[in-house]
Design a protein around this ligand. Structure first.
Ligand code: PLP
Length: 387
């Protein structure tokens, strides 16, 4: 650890193996994983279809430059488009990179148009990544501290408030960028109908609608992508995290007319869309579709929230249980930052945001018995603390 930059507050555990919803440390202790690499290993750890795809591809070809055509990219792009909206895809390696590409695409799209619009409206409480442009787009001051000057061109408005959005639009506004449910700020769900209203506002003012589905996407909320709850199909959508079940992949899909703003040389990534990553993505997405993983997420999410609702009745420190599918937040009126460490001693991986919101984003294949176990352990922890 002495040779690593000090960018993470790490818990003292070395995970060495995973299967389904379980992970093991180097001493052989087993943990129920309610974090899944932060909404990444949605099919469970080491899913056989993904392992098979990766190992088969690894024996053939790891890497191929984008100077050449890569058939696996075409297959995954088609799979994404056929299951979302008519569009063209750019592949990269992470969420931040996907959002960076989306921001560049917005700018380039309007670059040659009359008025040259450049302003992007984002949301208070949002999180879009750690590159400079995505930090600038992020609506939380804590991520910007010490990194001034920020790239220009972003304004933030209150999330979930359509009037605030309309009031911020001017003749330089190019796009609205948002997460359908905010993940990093504590599973914040906007009012019903909000996404559709945003879509309409974008249509009325000739703005691009950019959906950051990096955390909400790939079955997490009970639909393949969360915009589908309101038929609010975006012009540009970014995804990463669960797209290849843990293998690093990011992607941005844009409607063809918008995508046409990029030509050869405008954007690139050496590793983006390499055959290994693509094979993992194809296996993951096919499994999600064939096994109706969005429905599993929906049903298990309902059950988890129901169990947590029961817990709320006996633990008054719980103020709200919220979320969609298996993207669940439990808000407390007291500090619960002990939970991740205490969870390790009790055999469960837990994640806490801002010291008082428990974020539960387990693999979407979690069983009801595993949910019962997780809720029992959380119950015990709260009883022991008397909260
Ligand atoms: N956008 C959203 C909504 C996220 O939740 C995240 C990561 O948590 C990112 C972007 C950044 O993704 P990455 O860490 O892969 O760069």
């Amino acid at each position: 650890m002495d040779y690593l930059m000090n960018t993470y507050a790490r818990l003292p555990v070395n995970l060495v193996r995973g299967k389904g919803c379980l992970v093991w440390d180097d001493k052989g202790k087993c943990y129920l994983d309610m974090v899944a690499g932060i909404a990444v290993c949605s099919l469970g750890h080491c899913h056989p279809a993904v392992v098979e795809a990766l190992t088969t591809q690894a024996r053939e070809l790891f890497h191929c430059s984008n100077l050449y055509s890569i058939p696996q990219q075409a297959r995954l792009a088609r799979l994404i488009s056929e299951n979302t909206f008519d569009g063209k895809v750019f592949f990269c390696n992470s969420g931040a990179e996907a959002n960076e590409a989306a921001i560049k695409l917005v700018r380039r799209y309007y670059n040659k148009k009359p008025g040259h619009k450049t302003k992007i409206i984002t949301m208070e409480g949002s999180f879009h990544g750690r590159t400079l442009a995505t930090v600038a787009a992020t609506g939380q001051a804590r991520f910007k501290l010490g990194f001034a000057p920020m790239p220009a061109g972003f304004v933030t408005v209150a999330f979930g408030n359509i009037n605030a959005l309309e009031a911020a639009i001017d003749d330089k506004t190019a796009a609205v960028m948002l997460e359908p449910i905010q993940g990093e700020s504590g599973i914040q769900v906007p009012p019903p109908g909000y996404l559709k209203q945003v879509r309409d506002v974008c249509d009325n003012h000739n703005l691009l609608f950019v959906a950051d589905e990096i955390q909400t996407g790939c079955s997490r909320t009970g639909k393949l992508f969360a915009y589908m709850y309101e038929d609010a199909d975006p012009d540009i959508m970014t995804m990463a995290k669960a797209l290849a079940n843990g293998f690093p992949v990011g992607a941005v899909i844009a409607k063809p007319e918008v995508a046409s703003a990029f030509g050869p040389g405008n954007h690139a990534s050496t590793f983006g869309g390499n055959p290994l990553a693509m094979s993992a993505g194809i296996a993951t997405l096919n499994t999600m579709i064939d096994e109706d993983i969005p429905d599993s997420s929906l049903q298990k999410g309902l059950y988890l929230r129901q169990c947590l609702g029961e817990l709320k009745k006996v633990h008054p420190s719980i103020t709200e249980v919220r979320g969609k599918g298996l993207m669940v937040g439990v808000e407390f009126d007291t500090d619960i930052s002990f939970m991740p460490m205490e969870g390790l001693t009790k055999g469960i991986m837990l994640n806490v945001i801002k010291g008082h919101i428990l974020r539960l984003v387990p693999p979407l294949i979690i069983s009801t018995a595993e949910i019962d176990r997780a809720v029992d352990i959380i119950d015990t922890m709260l009883k022991e603390k008397g909260i």
